[in-house]
Design a protein around this ligand. Structure first.
Ligand code: MG
Length: 410
């Protein structure tokens, strides 16, 4: 097997823009701490997604934990980036982020897997830097607007296409679990499909979706807001007809009704629909979200923090969105680590709506950490240094993807 750190460095001659501490001539004497990064390790946990936990170690005896968006490849990319971080000051979060983006610029660092790998490191740096400086991560982002952030529960049933079963589950999640914000999938089979490739919704399919939305929203009316996700499935005209048909039900938002690649189509769907449209989980960095925001192609922006570039990138996206009076609802399918990173960001921006919780049926999601993360549909943002969570290493080991090695304890 190839050791990715042994591949040649495309920037080895330093003729390109280089942001390392050494090249930037930054002295340890003038730094707030002279801690140095000594190692980075990853462990993949077999949750309802394969979660990639990232650990940054320092010579100060402090380590930080982050999370990269799930899937294959990130661990190898992180290993590849390790030489660019060893010996660096972990509190220079912005510079190290830009340093990694620059170093990986020939290998696809404007989007995709490289950015999700960098995101995991960036989140871990917030944990390390907060611990070294003795402040919670939200303080590193400028301080807080609120003590807790609303969580919305992504809901599922065995009978995902049965409106009454969905309504029953909505009622259960509201009354028994305490959520006042929910999301259901709307790209569920109606039994009326004719051709699944052409993206067209016929009138019977639309009526089925209306029935589902009506059953759920009526059941929890006054108790919870409900969003519905289409996972990039429909044609432009079908998306507009669906959004129009849902207008009487005042849904929280309709998510990803059309595929994500064509910005112009996304914009016309949003412009033509009074039902609020959310998107954003499939584009990277502020640059990727910029046209959605600036051209008002979205009503609610939905970046995924362990994917989009991390907490500082999320802060920039939220600031840009706020200039256009757009709220932020963070897409999230992460372990407690990525979730609490999103919550710290949510505490530190004015325009947060909520952070997604996508693991309520797993049964052991919060066993991974010693603290309680979500209670009654809210995430209290810990006042402790860094992200404020402590991994339960026994639980992590018990749920590791087969063949993974557990990273070193902090
Ligand atoms: Mg979605």
């Amino acid at each position: 097997m190839i050791d990715p750190t042994q591949l040649s460095d495309p920037n080895a001659e330093y003729t390109m823009r280089d942001l390392s501490q050494e090249t930037m001539n930054l002295s340890d004497e003038q730094a707030v701490t002279d801690a140095e990064i000594t190692d980075i390790q990853t462990t993949m946990v077999d949750g309802n997604y394969p979660w990639i936990l990232v650990r940054v170690y320092t010579d100060a005896g402090v380590a930080g934990t982050g999370e990269s968006y799930w899937g294959g490849g990130d661990a190898s990319i992180i290993e590849r980036m390790k030489p660019f971080l060893l010996g660096e000051n972990p509190t220079d979060i912005d510079r190290l982020y830009e340093h990694l983006v620059q170093k990986m610029s020939g290998e696809g660092s404007i989007s995709g897997k490289v950015i999700s790998a960098i995101s995991g490191i960036e989140i871990a740096l917030h944990d390390v830097a907060g611990k070294l400086l003795g402040v919670p991560a939200y303080q590193l982002l400028g301080g807080k607007y609120r003590d807790s952030v609303r969580a919305y529960c992504d809901c599922h049933t065995e009978s995902e296409a049965d409106p009454e079963a969905c309504a029953d589950e909505a009622e259960r999640v509201v009354e028994q679990l305490g959520y006042d914000a929910l999301k259901f999938d709307l790209d569920v089979p109606s039994g009326h499909e004719r051709d699944r490739a052409n993206r067209h919704l016929n009138p019977l399919e639309i009526q089925h979706k209306v029935d589902l939305v009506e059953a759920v929203t009526e059941r929890v009316r006054g108790q919870a807001e409900v969003a519905f996700d289409c996972h990039w499935t429909y044609s432009a005209d079908s998306a507009k007809r669906l959004a129009e048909a849902l207008e009487p039900y005042d849904v929280w938002w309709l998510e990803d009704p059309v595929p994500p690649e064509n910005h112009d189509v996304q914009q016309t769907v949003t412009e033509d629909s009074s039902t609020p449209i959310a998107t954003g989980e499939n584009v990277y960095r502020t640059h990727g979200q910029r046209r959605l925001i600036e051209e008002e192609a979205v009503d609610i922006i939905a970046p995924d923090i362990p994917k989009v570039g991390g907490m500082r990138e999320g802060h920039k996206i939220a600031a840009l969105a706020d200039m256009y009076y757009l709220p932020v609802a963070m897409h999230n399918v992460s372990s407690p680590i990525g979730t609490i990173a999103s919550a710290h960001l949510g505490a530190a921006i004015p325009n947060v709506l909520a952070v997604e919780y996508h693991s309520y049926q797993l049964g052991w999601w919060d066993d991974l950490v010693e603290e309680t993360v979500i209670e009654n549909g809210r995430i209290d943002v810990p006042p402790d240094p860094g992200l404020g969570l402590t991994l339960d290493m026994d639980a992590v080991e018990a749920h590791m993807v087969e063949g993974e090695e557990l990273f070193d304890p902090a």
